[in-house]
Design a protein around this ligand. Structure first.
Ligand code: ADP
Ligand code: MG
Length: 385
């Protein structure tokens, strides 16, 4: 045991905070969550929860004075609060990475500025602040996706737009700053997950191949057999370049699209552990959450070797509902856990909602084909078509 208690703090009480707490507590650290939500996924398992939002003065003070180190589990945190906490204790990641990642406009500027023959090439886009901006839109960008610049996750704040009229309607309904992105012919999606410590030592997890449905991650497969090696290399180089540019410390995930003509497009960055990295818990020597703990505690980074092939399936609230959505029932975990290599993770969310991430299952196997077989059986059991 450690002679004195060491407290690690997380801003945000969602599932990423919950899985972080599991890893931190395994290693003997105490975990405190800053979130005003009672019974939130991370709060349920943490040693302590401070019931305050991230701009509450008293809450921040209590949190900052207690913690030996602090991290985040979503990027929509107050930058002013992060800066206050930085003056009190060790905070990772630093403000620069978070402030870029929490605003799609800053993010796009950052990509454009750093596109030096690397794969840091964003989707064709424009910024919309006013009706007159809408009148200037190039027809090249349509059909497109209109995205709010902040608070977007799991496809929230995104609208498909076919023409100028659709954009005008969306803008009039909710005037704000938007990014209009061209709808791209995406063949594959991938993510690069890396961990970088304060000495600049970096470990990169194997490339993850991601399939989204309705803009929400559906499935992650690793190894990413559909992604050509030269594309993976380009994506890893780009992610490393970004981590260097930001002098980044922490877990960083970079999402990419591979277009039908093999062009690599950068989508977004997440300055934290990522849904596409959940497979690391069951399939890698060191999980993304343990790596986050190690960075906060100035401990050596762990080995990121993948010891099993893995497929991760997100469990959305939809599978708890019957076909008419009039009643709810627990899915048949008995049948699921009868499948070899199935690892069930449920997040303890109090309310089941359509499109809400309630948990995930990771299927591990000696080969990706075996994992694929178990995955298909699970989809049949859960009636996921
Ligand atoms: P979020 O912050 O919700 O993850 P993303 O911008 O990553 O938002 O979009 C979610 C998903 O929507 C992407 O992973 C992709 O499947 C789809 N998507 C987003 N932008 C585009 C685009 N420009 N062209 C085609 N598909 C897109
Ligand atoms: Mg995304």
């Amino acid at each position: 045991m450690y002679i004195t208690s060491i407290w690690l703090g997380v801003i945000g009480g969602g599932q990423l905070g919950r899985m972080f707490a599991h890893a931190a507590q395994t290693m003997g650290f105490k975990v405190v969550i800053l979130d005003q939500q009672k019974e939130c996924p991370a709060g349920q398992v943490a040693d302590l929860q401070i019931y305050a939002n991230d701009t509450n003065k008293n809450g921040l003070y209590k949190f900052g004075t207690l913690c030996n180190a602090i991290t985040i589990e979503h990027e929509n945190v107050s930058i002013a609060s992060l800066s206050k906490l930085q003056n009190m204790t060790y905070v990772t990641p630093s403000i620069l990475g978070v402030s870029i990642a929490q605003n799609r406009m800053f993010e796009k500027h950052f990509f454009v500025k750093n596109n030096q023959n690397l794969a840091i090439k964003p989707a064709p886009h424009c910024i919309i602040n006013s009706i007159s901006d809408i009148q200037k839109i190039s027809p090249e960008l349509l059909p497109g996706i209109l995205k709010t610049t902040n608070m977007g996750y799991d496809g929230k704040g995104q609208t498909k737009v076919l023409n100028i009229k659709d954009i005008k309607n969306a803008f009039i309904e909710k005037p704000a700053t938007y990014i209009l992105e061209k709808m791209l012919p995406v063949a594959h999606e991938l993510s690069v997950l890396l961990a970088r410590n304060e000495n600049g030592i970096t470990t990169v997890y194997p490339i993850a191949e991601n399939i989204h449905r309705n803009h929400i991650l559906f499935k992650t497969t690793v190894p990413a057999l559909n992604i050509p090696k030269h594309i993976s290399k380009k994506a890893i180089d780009a992610a490393l370049f970004i981590s260097l540019k930001l002098n980044y410390v922490g877990i960083l995930c970079v999402e990419f699209f591979v277009l039908k003509d093999e062009t690599l497009i950068i989508n977004e960055i997440a300055p934290r552990t990522h849904n596409s990295g959940h497979y690391t818990i069951n399939a890698c020597t060191t999980s993304q959450f343990e790596q986050q703990v190690r960075i906060m505690m100035h401990l050596p980074l762990g080995d990121v070797r993948q010891h099993s092939a893995a497929i991760m399936l997100n469990l959305l609230g939809d599978i708890w509902f019957n076909s008419t959505r009039s009643s709810q029932k627990e899915p048949d975990w008995n049948k699921i856990l009868n499948l070899s290599g199935a690892h069930l993770h449920l997040y303890g969310k109090q309310e089941i909602r359509l499109n809400r991430k309630m948990g995930h299952i990771t299927f591990t196997a000696a080969t990706i084909l075996e994992a694929q077989t178990q995955f298909k059986k699970a989809c049949a059991i859960l009636k996921i078509t």
